[in-house]
Design a protein around this ligand. Structure first.
Ligand SMILES: [Zn+2]
Length: 281
């Protein structure tokens, strides 16, 4: 397997061979930036953390060079900043006992360039090797262009997989903009209450972000708690921490399904729900 960028890297925390590390994957997340895995795919990280038969693999598509910088990070060169972000991602992988993390090292504009087929090709090759059961990526209504581009490349790559190695489920997870707006019967809900210490630990290693004026660690934990409490106004809280996702599996199972029409169905249901309420109360 040859990844397109010469600075692409496959990191294996427990030093197994790359082949063994990737082929043992059960839960795989494809994210745009270093730290997105920990924000959006904690369900997979948590499920694999204490189960010796399950392994989490994270694919980080860009080098994260474009994120806002402040304080001591402001004067860091492009290369130094990217290296720091990579190091932070590796630390999270060690703490979270991931099976592997793959840095594809694209710039954001490469991923958003619809003529550039390399990101899809790299993702497809890794998916073919990993044969994961569950895939997490960004959702189609995310506010961040690069996130949506990664979700689209992931859908394209997953659609190309032979039927016998297609994942059982593909989830579009929340980062820029929550998925609270999805109607409740359209929400995929992950209960991640179990190990909040680990959640905070792996979110807190990204100092280049949290000390650069973006408190993603506390914001992520807060969103999960808000999801839990605000899910239902007539039931008491049963769990502490929930992550929402959009089911993208039908797009993988049916290659003919139009992506724009698919997301419009969710939006229209949300709209209908609001209109109905306004007319009826
Ligand atoms: Zn991101």
């Amino acid at each position: 397997m040859i990844l397109s960028n010469k600075n692409a890297e496959i990191f294996v925390p427990d030093k197994k061979s790359i082949f063994e590390a990737i082929t043992r994957t059960t839960h795989l997340a494809i994210a745009a930036h270093p730290d997105d895995l920990e924000i959006m795919a904690y369900d997979g990280i948590l499920k694999c953390y204490k189960d010796k038969k399950k392994w989490f693999c994270g694919i980080v598509v860009t080098n994260g060079s474009g994120s806002p910088k402040s304080g001591k990070y402001k004067k860091y060169s492009y290369k130094k900043f990217c290296n720091i972000r990579k190091k932070e991602q590796k630390n999270a992988a060690i703490l979270g006992k991931y099976g592997s993390v793959i840095f594809l090292d694209y710039a954001s504009y490469d991923v958003k360039d619809t003529k550039n087929k390399n990101p899809t090709k790299d993702i497809q090759e890794l998916l073919e090797l990993a044969k994961a059961d569950i895939i997490y990526t960004h959702n189609l209504a995310d506010k961040h262009d690069t996130h949506v581009a990664v979700a689209l490349r992931t859908i394209r790559a997953t659609r190309k997989l032979p039927i016998n190695i297609k994942p059982k489920n593909v989830y579009g997870c929340e980062i820029w903009g929550g998925l609270d707006w999805l109607c409740d019967d359209n929400k995929v809900i992950f209960d991640v209450s179990k190990n909040e210490v680990l959640a905070m630990k792996i979110l807190s290693v990204f100092k280049s972000q949290t000390e650069s004026g973006k408190k993603y660690d506390s914001a992520t934990i807060g969103r999960r708690k808000a999801n839990s409490t605000f899910l239902s106004f007539n039931k008491t809280d049963k769990v502490d921490s929930l992550i929402y996702a959009m089911d993208l599996t039908p797009l993988i199972k049916n290659k003919q399904l139009n992506i724009k029409e698919y997301i419009l169905k969710y939006i229209n249901k949300f709209k209908d729900n609001i209109m109905e309420k306004i007319e009826s109360v």
